[in-house]
Design a protein around this ligand. Structure first.
Ligand SMILES: Nc1nc2c(ncn2[C@@H]2O[C@H](COP(=O)(O)OP(=O)(O)OP(=O)(O)O)[C@@H](O)[C@H]2O)c(=O)[nH]1
Ligand SMILES: [Mg+2]
Length: 185
């Protein structure tokens, strides 16, 4: 299996670094080669420069902090951006897999974003959803990553399946061309 490329996006201080670094994940006993990119933590990267990440990533983890409403608004804007790209110049065969993560569940006494709001946003935009505490629940994070990676691997398989039919039609085309030539000689 090739590398799986994940982009982890979200507002500052939502817990992206906490959730993703030093994760060694295995699927069916085999270690996964994960390339994880966390552009928002590296710089004050604006939504406007997300386009290259959209092409690079096989899947997205979008993190917000349940005790911080602006971080939810930012997550929403990111999802709109991922799910509604200008399709004129980049036709994707299948949508990338996305999981929306409401982090800092331990701060539910300071909750500003309801569980239902997160769930609804995820459902409306065909994303998986979970709430967790990256600082505390490393098992939940693993489960979340593995769910996302399984979705991505399904997308890879679907793309592979499309290829033989593509090469079949190419073979047909070549046959037709050479067949016709042979006839005309
Ligand atoms: N209470 C609580 N705090 C958390 C949780 N996850 C992360 N934090 C804290 O939130 C702060 C920010 O976490 P980071 O992982 O650095 O957040 P980030 O999204 O990478 O932030 P930037 O790199 O600035 O974009 C740190 O102090 C973490 O310890 C959590 O589940 N619960
Ligand atoms: Mg960070």
């Amino acid at each position: 299996m090739g590398d799986v490329k994940l982009a982890v996006l979200g507002g500052r201080g939502t817990g992206k670094s906490e959730s993703i670094y030093n994760k060694h994940l295995c699927l069916e006993g085999k270690p996964l080669n994960l390339e994880i990119y966390d552009p928002c933590s590296q710089s004050q990267k604006a939504k406007g420069s997300l386009t290259s990440d959209l092409h690079w990533a096989d899947g997205f983890v979008i993190v917000y902090d349940i005790s911080n409403r602006p971080s939810f608004a930012f997550a929403k804007a990111l999802i709109y951006r991922i799910r509604e790209p200008p399709m004129t110049h980049c036709k994707r065969v299948m949508e990338p897999a996305v999981v929306l993560v409401g982090n800092k569940q331990d701060l539910c006494h300071m909750r500003e974003v309801g569980w239902d709001e997160g769930q609804k946003l995820a459902t409306d935009y065909r994303c998986q959803f979970c709430e967790l505490s990256a600082a505390e629940q490393s098992l939940e994070i693993e489960v979340m990553f593995l769910r996302l990676i399984k979705d991505i691997l399904m997308i890879f398989k679907h793309k592979e399946k499309r290829r033989p039919s593509g090469s079949k039609s190419m073979a047909k085309l070549i046959n037709n061309v050479f067949g016709k030539r042979r006839k005309s000689v």
